[in-house]
Design a protein around this ligand. Structure first.
Ligand code: NAD
Length: 308
């Protein structure tokens, strides 16, 4: 398979490395020049349990250096970069090219649909965890399942082949109908945990240690649940609020990705998490005042983080 990974930071590098080691022809495309240069000179180093493995893989910061169309385009930029990143890579997309997003949040598929037909888009969730250690070096923090499928629900024979290729490369993967509900399951978890932990600078578990934060979680997730129901989405849990609390408890010692972004002075994916609830709420006529408020608070916090 000819594969281009757009956005080869933490997650893009993990998937790109597995596919390259499995014998696929992989290009990593990333704007971070030092990272690209290090990968081309020394290889991509993946650390799992502190053991480094070096992978030989092609990397470029200029998509025009890649001349042919791809079988698979794996989109792994942060959600707020999906649109500009895709614009630079249109020459890599042919009629047979599939685009796969495993990014967090909701809204990336809508962006992809502006560029290609729905029949070319696959989406899903990943339970891998990773972070960037240094240019050319990635920590693979945790392994987990990848679940993919078509947003329109019509999975095809070629999708099964894609899943088999991922599995052969050591990526535990499943093809599933109704993947949109699964993406929303994960969205609701992020809606309840991410902004509150980021605003209050607390670990996930602390949310359950005082009644105010627990109440706010319930309200944010409750609004999101109403939006999901109105949109006809099939969630996996009968009690999504209880599910989000269980995840906060199970990941009690973790710092959410949004808290980490704020602490590092980076933009967050709020527009694709609580902001997506507000957006879809407007579209489907469900009031989401608490999600709107928290989206604005995070945006204000982002600006303060830039200034400091
Ligand atoms: P990251 O910041 O490590 O990587 C994103 C990369 O995209 C960066 O290296 C950046 O230089 C690059 N980039 C930005 N604009 C670009 C452009 N126009 N063209 C090409 N490259 C560009 O982010 P990440 O942690 O790998 O997360 C990627 C997505 O995966 C996010 O949606 C995140 O929520 C999701 N996710 C991450 C994890 C995790 O553990 N890191 C787990 C599950 C899901």
């Amino acid at each position: 398979m000819k594969v281009a990974v757009i956005g080869a930071g933490a997650m893009g590098s993990i998937y790109g490395a597995h596919l390259a080691m499995g014998g696929h022809d992989v290009w990593l495309i990333d704007l971070w020049q030092e990272h690209v240069d290090t990968i081309n000179q020394y290889g991509l180093k993946i650390f799992y349990n502190n053991n480094p493995e070096t992978v030989k893989i092609k990397a470029t910061s200029n998509p025009l250096n890649v001349k042919h169309t791809m079988d698979l385009l794996l989109v792994f930029v942060k959600s707020y970069h999906t649109e500009p990143a895709l614009k630079n890579c249109m020459h890599l997309i042919g009629d047979e090219t599939k685009l796969l997003t495993l990014q967090n949040g909701v809204g990336n598929v809508d962006i992809l649909e502006r560029f290609v037909s729905k029949s070319q888009i696959l989406a899903g969730t990943t339970a891998h965890g990773a972070n960037v250690r240094a240019p050319g070096q990635i920590n693979h923090a945790g392994k987990g399942k990848t679940i993919i499928g078509r947003i329109d629900g019509n999975n095809m024979k070629s999708d099964e082949e894609l899943v088999s290729s991922f599995i052969a490369c050591g990526l535990e993967t499943e093809l599933r109908d109704g993947v949109e509900g699964l993406i929303w399951d994960k969205l609701l978890v992020n809606v309840g945990i991410n902004p509150l932990t980021a605003l209050l600078s607390i670990k996930n578990g602390t949310l359950l240690e005082n009644e105010e934060t627990e109440k706010l979680m319930e309200i944010l997730v409750g609004e999101a649940w109403e939006v999901a129901k109105k949109g006809g989405l099939l969630l996996s849990h009968e009690d999504p609020v209880g599910h989000v609390k269980a995840i906060a408890r199970a990941t009690g010692e973790n710092k959410s990705s949004m808290l980490q972004d704020i602490l590092k002075g980076r933009m967050t994916e709020i527009d694709f998490i609580n902001g997506a609830i507000v957006h879809k709420g407007k579209e489907w006529e469900v009031a989401t005042p608490y999600n709107e408020l928290i989206t604005l608070l995070i945006k204000a916090k982002e600006k303060l983080a830039y200034q400091n």
